[in-house]
Design a binder for this molecule. Structure first.
Ligand code: NAD
Ligand code: UDP
Length: 337
């Protein structure tokens, strides 16, 4: 059995990746401190996968703990999801983000070095491109700090590049996710935001279920076909399969890579609203508001490098994303409680 350590594996993307890895024959081990997730996800993962979930509770910055897990399970590779991810909060509390995201990465790599486990897949983000000069975005576009959160992703990418340069025994796959949405087809796991969702899809889902009265659409005067922001929404199950492809490639070819994980298609806010209303059969009332500070008009990937290097491409549609998000939301209106 090839063991893979998933830091932050109880979170939204980590939990879906856990299932994709089990399905592909890997044996994932979850490390999470539940700072932004709920331990109830473990029972759901066991229910879906039909096998006990290997897991440990703790901080990724705890070098002794992480080293112990790497050695105990003879871990072949680490997927590093554990981080804080709220852009707005990072502007208000940058030190919290630098500490968790950058110190977490530093301590993790120290533990990996000590244990002799030098295969790493890292959760980066399209936020590293800031406001791009054009779309679609290729991996060759310049990196720009757009927020303290974005800065942590750029710094972590640079830390990885430094390790690859310093020690030829290291290999890494840097995955720049676009906008992950949707949920597992079972409806048993999904995105579980704490408090008021910042992101579009979970907010829309909460409007459809009646937890919130209406959606505020942040601007309809962008230079896009209908004036609302355009994003590359990617089904979390496609994203999870992207991690399997990345691990397969990293462990087989022994080469490092940085790739976009997106669909290559942009959808507007109004398109998402219409697709969600159709999938749920519920109205999604909205009002047009001024632009949200820091927002960009459009952002979508050129996903061809991931296809070429990993043999992976996203296959699920916006309708699939909305249908699966609605199944999760309607079966679990309050999330994991
Ligand atoms: P999430 O918050 O659902 O998952 C992150 C998990 O990490 C949580 O379970 C949290 O409890 C855990 N965690 C945080 N700090 C930890 C620490 N110090 N030690 C141990 N566990 C810790 O977020 P997600 O949406 O699943 O995102 C996963 C990764 O992908 C993050 O690195 C995020 O920055 C990145 N990413 C997310 C998106 C997105 O829109 N969801 C987009 C691009 C990149
Ligand atoms: N958006 C919106 N109302 C919301 C949340 C988001 O109109 O309550 C818009 C936002 O302006 C952007 C798109 O939806 O055009 C996606 O926003 P999200 O925060 O999900 O992703 P990001 O902007 O970080 O790519």
């Amino acid at each position: 059995m090839t063991h893979i350590l998933l830091t932050g594996g109880a979170g939204y993307i980590g939990s879906h990746t856990y299932l994709a890895l089990v399905q592909a024959g890997y044996r994932p081990v979850i490390l999470d401190d539940y700072s932004n997730s709920h331990p109830a996800v473990l029972a759901r993962l066991q229910q879906i996968s039909g096998q006990p979930v290997l897991h440990a509770r703790g901080d990724v910055a705890d070098v002794a703990l992480v080293r112990g897990l790497l050695e105990q399970y003879q871990v072949a590779a680490v997927v590093h999801f554990a981080a804080f991810k709220a852009v707005g909060e990072s502007v208000e509390q940058p030190l919290k983000y630098f500490d968790n995201n950058i110190t977490g990465m530093l301590r993790l790599m120290q533990a990996m070095e000590q244990a002799g486990c030098r295969r790493l897949v890292f959760s980066s983000s399209a936020t590293v491109y800031g406001d791009p000069d054009s779309v679609p975005i290729t991996e060759a576009f310049p990196l720009r700090h757009s927020s303290p959160y974005g800065c942590t992703k750029v710094v972590c990418e640079e830390m990885i590049a430094s390790m690859l340069g310093a020690n030829p025994a290291w290999r890494a796959g840097v995955l720049r996710y676009f906008n992950p949405v949707g949920a597992h087809a079972s409806g048993l796991i999904g995105e579980n935001p704490q408090g008021v969702p910042n992101n579009l899809m979970p907010y829309v889902a909460q409007v459809a279920i009646g937890r919130r009265q209406h959606l505020n659409i942040w601007g309809d005067d962008y230079p896009t076909p209908d004036g609302t922001g355009l994003r590359d929404y990617i089904h979390v199950a496609d994203l999870a399969e992207g991690h399997v492809a990345a691990l397969d490639t990293l462990l087989r070819d022994q080469r490092s890579f940085t790739v976009n994980l997106g669909t290559g298609r942009g959808h507007s806010v109004l398109e998402v609203v219409a697709a969600f209303a159709a999938a749920s059969g519920r109205p999604v009332p909205y009002q047009i508001c001024p632009r949200r500070p820091g927002d960009i008009a459009q952002c979508y990937a050129d996903p061809s490098l991931a296809r070429e290097l990993l043999g992976w491409r996203a296959s699920r549609t916006l309708a699939d994303m909305c249908a699966d998000s609605w199944r999760w939301q309607s079966a679990n209106p309050e999330g994991y409680v």
